[in-house]
Design a protein around this ligand. Structure first.
Ligand SMILES: [Zn+2]
Length: 216
């Protein structure tokens, strides 16, 4: 039981790096992907392919209801992707998404007899999502433990590192090229280096350049 981890896995750079991190630390790793009618169905396909490629058990849970509650730019093509300005959250924000995902991941973990839950949330690239904060994760860890009378441990390997350090972590496991070529971060649904222009691509590219420049 101490050697099984559930990884919240979207097929993006961060969660794929977390998947490699978990594969180093735990004997058994299970990936869970949430289908909430993402703008790009490709995200689910991408996650499926990576899990298959790595031989990782993979579950896809239907979370359509999230879109019913909070329509936003990730799920609705008629809403533009905008960065948060003047203290507003970005238009990609899905209210309570991490709380919902982690809660369902915990339920799956308990069913699977897994104690460890891994998520790629990060305060460093903080876009103002309150349920990505460390304090929230700690609070939810206590809550899930109480709710299910179980000793979950929620791991956040990326919490305090920036995108450059996330690339460094992938490189440490010899997976930089794999993460670079097979993951989908781009809001315009282009795998790998992406469109190069959306906020997610810009963040990813800046991090990669910073890491590669530093390394050479
Ligand atoms: Zn892009």
């Amino acid at each position: 039981m101490d050697n099984t981890a559930i990884v919240v896995f979207s097929g993006g750079q961060d969660s794929t790096t977390c998947l490699f991190w978990a594969l180093e630390k735990f004997e058994r790793v299970i990936a869970v992907t949430f289908d909430y009618n993402q703008r790009h169905k490709l995200e689910i396909e991408c996650a499926k392919n990576i899990a298959k490629d790595l031989g990782v058990e993979h579950h896809i849970l239907n979370m359509d209801l999230l879109n019913q509650l909070t329509p936003n730019a990730l799920t609705r093509s008629d809403i533009d992707i905008k960065n948060g300005e003047d203290g507003n959250l970005p238009s990609t924000f899905v209210e309570g998404r991490n709380m919902v995902f982690l809660t369902f991941a915990a339920i799956l973990a308990k069913v699977k007899g897994a104690r460890h839950i891994v998520t790629g949330v990060c305060e460093t690239d903080f876009s103002g999502y309150p349920d990505c904060r460390d304090i929230f994760i700690k609070s939810l860890n206590v809550t899930t433990n109480l709710a299910m009378d179980y000793n979950f441990v929620i791991h956040t390997p990326l919490m305090w590192i920036d995108k450059a350090a996330t690339w460094k972590m992938a490189d440490k496991y010899g997976k930089l090229d794999y993460v670079r070529n097979n993951t989908l971060t781009c809001y315009n649904g282009i795998i790998g280096d992406g469109c190069g222009e959306c906020p997610a691509c810009i963040l990813r590219k800046r991090g990669l350049e910073a890491y590669l420049n530093n390394k050479s």
